[in-house]
Design a protein around this ligand. Structure first.
Ligand SMILES: [Mg+2]
Length: 203
């Protein structure tokens, strides 16, 4: 249990947001769904969809769960994201690294060094990280249109729901691996896949 932090099991704000959407589950649809961040056409994202800032979920989107390093296969693509959007306009968001559970932001610092990307520092868990995301990009609420911020993540009821709540552009990717996921996530993933089927996103 040492590396499986309790905060990753229990997230009151996340549960509340899920309850808020319980009668409008049909609205929880990502704007785009792809297998991985490798499959996105970055110029299209920037010039057609008008995305300026990207927030990557960490676990199972960029890294294997609980790992610091970006998955090797994704590294060249991350360099492409940096060129297209600018390094300062990309950030990683994790419910562990960069959170108040991350003492002295040691884990966040390691990830920043390994990836060359900023990690969002936040007191609350997802989804209550809107102001922290703006702060990471040195933005005020008046500086940007919310759909200029894109969130990319592997969890429909976490990353995509958070993005929908704030009016971000949302991209759902498939998880890098299903290994080492705790039982709660396994059950929620089944429900998420069920919702995607109901919403005709998945066949
Ligand atoms: Mg994830």
């Amino acid at each position: 249990m040492s590396q499986f932090k309790i905060g990753q099991y229990l997230n009151i704000q996340g549960i509340w947001l899920n309850l808020k959407y319980v009668f409008k589950l049909h609205r929880i649809k990502p704007d785009i769904m792809v297998d991985s961040i490798l499959d996105l056409e970055l110029a299209k994202l920037k010039y057609e969809k008008k995305v300026k800032y990207i927030v990557f979920d960490k676990d199972n989107t960029l890294t294997h769960p609980y790992k610091i390093e970006i998955e090797k296969l994704l590294e060249p693509k991350i360099e492409e994201y940096k060129k297209v959007f600018g390094e300062e306009n990309l950030a990683i968001l994790s419910n562990s690294a960069g959170s108040k559970d991350d003492i002295n932001y040691l884990e966040a610092t390691k990830i920043e060094k390994a990836s060359g990307l900023k990690v969002v520092k936040h007191f609350h868990k997802k989804p209550r990280v809107y102001n922290d995301i703006l702060k990471t990009f040195n933005l005020n609420q008046s500086d940007c249109i919310n759909n200029e911020i894109c969130v990319i993540g592997d969890r429909l009821l976490v990353d995509i729901l958070m993005g929908k709540e704030y009016g971000f552009f949302t991209i759902l990717v498939k998880p890098l691996t299903l290994k080492r996921e705790n039982f709660v996530v396994k059950i929620l993933r089944r429900f998420e896949n069920f919702l995607l089927k109901c919403n005709k996103i998945l066949p």
